[in-house]
Each structure stands twice: as C-alpha cells, then as structure tokens.
Design a binder for this molecule. Structure first.
Ligand SMILES: *[C@@H]1O[C@H](CO)[C@@H](O)[C@H](O)[C@H]1NC(C)=O
Length: 457
C-alpha cells in the first residue's frame, strides 16, 4: 500500500515538474520573441566585459611577475561586492563568469603601496609584450615640500595600463607622517595623450586623497585571487570623504617674510604643548567615532602659516552637533583633560572647553541651517549669547604637526568669514565677542536656564 502510494506521489511530482519545465520553455520562447533585441544587447555587454576581465587578468599576471602587491580599490566593483558576501577563495563557481570585475565603465582601479615598489625599467616592456600600453603619471613628492624647501622630486603617482578600450588604473599610495596613506592628484603633463583614458571619470585622481591604512583580505572575484579591503563599506565611505589639501607652503613663506616667526622658548614650548593636546584630542574623538576639524585660530594658523599661532593660547576644534555624544566629556576627563566649562545645550549653542597643560582645548559645535552653518558663544557673567555664521562647507583632510586632521575644504571662505578680508595680518589683541567678522549678538539666556547652559569649573 505504502509503496504504491509513494510511487504514485513520485510520478505525480515528476509530471508536475515536467509540466513546469514545459511552461518555462514556452514562456521563455514567447518572452524572447517579444524582447529579442534586449537579449542580444545584454549578450554584447557580456562579451565586452569578458574582454575586460582578460585585461585585468593580464595586469595581475604582470604585477605578479614583478612581485608587486596590489589591492582592489575599484569603487564600482567594491560597491557590487558590498551588496553580497565574498566567495570563499579557491571557489571555482565563477571561473568563467564575470559578475564583479567586469565593468561597463571600461576601467578597474587597483592601488599599491609605494614602499613595496622598486622601479624596474623593464615593466613597460613586459607590459607591452602582454599587450598592455603603459602611461605613467608623475607629480611632486609632497613629503619633501615644506617651509624650508619648496622644491621637490617627481615620484610616480598613477600608472595606467590599457588594452584597446579597457583600462586598469593603478594608484600609488605613499605613507606620510601622521601614519596615513596619501595619493596624489592625476595631472597630465603637456604632450601627454589626453585620450589615453577617461580621466574625468576615474575613481581616483581628480584630487589628492588620504586614507587610513586598510586591513586587507585575499578574496576570490570572478575566479581571480585579489586582495581587497577587509571592511568594504568602510573603505567606500572613506573614499567618498578622502579629499586631501596640502598646506599653502608658498603663502606661509610669504607670510613669514613679512612677519618673521616667533621662535622664543615660550613660543616653542606653547607649540609643543599645542601639538600634544591636538594629538590627544584627535585620539579621544576618533576613538569615539566623532569627526572634527580645525576651527577658528587653529584653522587660521594652518591656512596662513602651516603651523599653530604661538600667541593663540588654545586649540580650537569644530564638530557637527549631529555627531555630539555625551561620552565626549567623560572620555576627555579620563585622558587627563578636565572639563573647564560647558556653555549652551545640545539644542542651542553648545561649546565645551577642556583644560590641558597651560593650553585650553575648545570644541565648538556647529549647527546646520539652510545654506549657512553657525556655532554659538556665551558670556558667562552676563548670559549673553553670540552667534558665528559661516557659509556651508565640506570637510577635507590635511596634515598639521604630524597629524592627519580635517579642515573645511573651502578654507578661504571659512577663514574670511571668521577673520574678514584682512586675515593675513596678525592681530594679537582679539576679543571673541567683537573681533570676529561673523559675530552676531544673539540675545540672552533666560536666567532660569543659567544652571544648565553656563557651567564653569
Ligand atoms: C565596517 O565599517 C562600518 C563603517 O565604519 C562599521 O559600521 C562596521 O561595523 C564595520 N564592520 C565590521 C565587520 O567591522
């Protein structure tokens, strides 16, 4: 009985799946006859991507012959990858099928660390034997540029490998003081082939960039073993915020010619302490995942003279109010920086001040409002409120005192808003309530709120 039944069920199942298969076949034929053009269009894209994968393969072959270590930084590929888990290495499933590295953009981007690269003149020749044309783009080595020396040597910044319309872009990353990776902007020299690559569309090189050293993992993409950033989404976020600004060394030199630097022992000591404080503040805020930028006098010092202004007495940082966390106060206290005062509240004009060794750390919280941003000020004895208004800005990386820090990318607008058109002229007597070009009176805190909004320790 049971046996018969089971056979019957199997037959029934078989018939059902056969019927289903027939239906699918019918549907597919019907679909194809209606959408035939689409199908062939997709096929031609596939063919093209297959060729692209071959070029990537050749590039990786070349790279391994020279024992160069490269990792994938291609924004489109990493974006696709972040949408799905990586294949375990050695998996054969996708050997001939290209779903990640093939690109309708026609280029794939890798990066390498300069310190692992020994220049070998035969690279271009071997590349050409593999059918790859090489274009090397050099630029100034920023690590050699400083206030003392504006000259520099040329270093390789970008290598482009091309085979017909397919391109592999290799970005050279350099380690810089402050323990971060830097890549240069891609600038063509006169006489270079402007048609060599879709330069404007490349993921890297429109401007210089700075990154944390990424942790890498070996991954199998379309059957190729490729190193990729371990945390792909973090890398993609970093990439979108990676723009790097070099200090204006020429401008700073001109400034010091007009106003020679104060190299007295007191001034040197202040700079040492400001540097220690800035490094500590960066460690605390970065540890909490709170982005910050150089603000007020500290930003002016970087922009005008590539250093801390010796008579400024404090270090000023800006933080978006949306990034405020109550843990900030505790974290600074634990690091040996007691809270000196807290003015305002999260909803309005928040400002924190911590006491370092003879140097004060001011953290101003910025509020976004339409096409402006502002931060507040509070006078403790009168309860008067002030408001400092800036045009909107985005954030860029730079380096100050061997530290990678952010500054407003539109630094001139920021500095001019704060200090007016005469920002290049040093001013030693400064009143935060009246001197700034962008200060506005903003009423008085109601007395009943004073306990909360005026806390002085
Ligand atoms: C990857 O980075 C993102 C963004 O920084 C973070 O939120 C996430 O926790 C990280 N994932 C892992 C597994 O570390």
């Amino acid at each position: 009985m049971l046996r018969l039944n089971r056979t019957a069920v199997l037959v029934l199942l078989g018939t059902t799946s056969l019927l289903f298969l027939l239906f699918q076949l019918y549907y597919y034929r019907h679909y194809l006859s209606k959408h035939g053009t689409h199908a062939s269009y997709d096929k031609s894209i596939q063919l093209d991507s297959g060729q692209h994968l071959q070029v990537v393969k050749k590039f990786l072959d070349l790279i391994s012959r020279y024992s160069l270590a490269v990792f994938l930084v291609d924004v489109a590929t990493l974006g696709r990858l972040s949408q799905r888990p990586a294949q375990p290495r050695g998996s054969q499933a996708n050997e001939h099928h290209c779903s990640l590295l093939c690109s309708s953009r026609g280029f794939t981007t890798f990066a390498m660390l300069a310190k692992f690269w020994k220049y070998d003149a035969s690279l271009a020749k071997t590349a050409s034997e593999l059918g790859l044309e090489l274009l090397e783009i050099q630029g100034k080595d920023p690590r050699l540029v400083g206030l003392d020396d504006l000259s520099s040597t040329e270093i390789p910044l970008h290598l482009l490998f091309r085979s017909s319309q397919h391109l592999v872009h290799l970005v050279v990353f350099y380690e810089r003081s402050g323990n971060y990776l830097w890549h240069g902007a891609l600038r063509l020299k006169p006489g270079m082939d402007r048609e060599f690559a879709p330069f404007r569309r490349l993921d890297f090189g429109r401007q210089a960039g700075a990154f944390d050293r990424p942790e890498l993992v070996l991954s199998s993409l379309d059957g190729l073993d490729v190193w990729i950033p371990k945390n792909v989404s973090r890398f993609l976020i970093e990439h979108s915020q990676s723009r790097f600004l070099e200090c204006r060394y020429k401008g700073a030199r001109a400034f010091y010619q007009l106003y020679p630097d104060d190299t007295s022992p007191e001034s040197m000591e202040f700079r040492m302490k400001a540097k220690t404080l800035l490094h500590l503040a960066a460690q605390v805020l970065t540890g909490l995942g709170v982005p910050f930028w150089l603000s007020s006098g500290t930003c002016l010092g970087w922009f005008r003279q590539c250093n801390v202004i010796p008579y400024s007495k404090d270090v000023d940082l800006g933080v978006w109010i949306k990034d405020y966390k109550p843990e900030i106060i505790q974290a600074f206290q634990t690091s040996g920086l007691p809270l000196k005062h807290k003015f305002g509240k999260v909803e309005d004009s928040l400002e924190l001040s911590f006491q370092g060794q003879d140097v004060k750390l001011d953290i101003f919280f910025f509020y976004e409002e339409g096409d402006i941003v502002w931060n507040g000020g509070t006078q403790a004895k009168s309860g008067k409120k002030f408001k400092y208004v800036f045009p909107r800005f985005s954030l860029c990386w730079t380096e100050l005192l061997q530290l990678r820090v952010r500054v407003p990318c539109e630094t001139l607008d920021y500095v001019e808003a704060n200090y007016g058109p005469t920002w290049k002229i040093p001013v030693k007597t400064w009143d935060w309530k009246s001197s700034p070009a962008n200060v506005q009176e903003n009423g008085v805190w109601p007395v009943r709120e004073w306990n909360e909004v005026i806390q002085v320790y």
